[in-house]
Design a protein around this ligand. Structure first.
Ligand SMILES: C[S@@+](CC[C@H](N)C(=O)[O-])C[C@H]1O[C@@H](n2cnc3c(N)ncnc32)[C@H](O)[C@@H]1O
Length: 243
């Protein structure tokens, strides 16, 4: 039987692997797969494969992510965000005050703002204490979701509170992703994470019985994510009690 990538191209039977441009995920278990690739490689295969996108996009502020240069031209950056927005209706993005405009343009008018209140003294930003973090949410939610979240500890907050950031400059706090996943999806549903980083969303999904497919350009971050996922690490024990 003819089954080379070229044959599949000719017959029109592409298959997921061909569309992704690689046949092997970097990591895979019964709940999660992680691909060391640009998420846009998977878009044509995505269509109705995913129930929700839950992610923390890069903010285009020149952070050093190794492989990915966080300094795209504004138009290219917004195109990338629109690509994510087109994957499916249900979406939740961890945002920042500086990039709220670009994120809202990409997600559209239906996107709703959720605010996470920080403690009285959040981290210093432009000489002022940052007292909240924004999230943008679009589409159906499984449980009633308040627009103001209290009681979530964010990375670097509180004198005694520390969370391992795995050496990643844009690490997303695990409790934020866990709460989003719990409120927005049902067990067994599949989450698409285009900017997986060290795999926090994948770890959160797995801990809550959701499936997840992640993409990450930097192999070193994939390696960290794979370790977190395969070790059933402290992350997973922590998550069970905090979700
Ligand atoms: C804000 S970080 C995500 C952090 C992640 N939530 C965590 O907790 O580690 C964004 C990540 O997206 C990755 N990235 C940027 N563009 C990408 C693309 N087109 N496809 C896949 N990954 C990409 C970067 O390498 C970076 O690790």
């Amino acid at each position: 039987m003819r089954d080379s990538p070229l044959d599949r191209y000719i017959t029109g039977n592409y298959g997921e692997d061909f569309l992704r441009g690689s046949s092997e995920p970097y990591y895979e278990d019964e709940m999660v797969s992680l691909w060391n690739e640009d998420f846009r490689e998977a878009l044509s295969a995505a269509s109705d494969e995913y129930d929700a996108v839950i992610t923390d996009p890069p903010y285009n502020v020149g952070k050093d992510y190794g492989t990915y240069k966080d300094n795209l031209e504004p138009q290219e950056y917004e195109e990338m965000l629109r690509d994510v927005s087109g994957v499916c209706e249900r979406q939740a993005w961890v945002s920042s005050t500086t990039h709220l405009g670009a994120f809202m343009r990409a997600l559209g008018d239906e996107a709703r703002l959720v605010v996470i209140r920080r403690g009285a003294q959040g981290p210093l930003r432009w000489g002022m204490f940052s007292q909240f973090e924004p999230l943008l949410v679009r589409g159906h939610v499984e449980e009633r979701m308040s627009d103001l979240w209290d009681g979530i500890r964010l990375t670097g907050e509180g004198y005694f509170f520390r969370e391992d950031t795995f050496g990643h400059p844009g690490y997303t706090p695990l409790p934020v992703l866990q709460r989003l996943i719990r409120l927005m999806t049902k067990p067994g549903e599949t989450i698409f994470e285009p900017f997986a980083g060290t795999g926090t969303c994948l770890v959160a999904a797995k801990s809550l019985g959701r499936r997840a497919v992640g993409f990450e350009l930097n192999e070193a971050y994939c390696e960290i994510a794979a370790k977190r996922l395969s070790q059933g690490s402290l992350d997973l024990e922590y998550s069970a009690s905090s979700a």
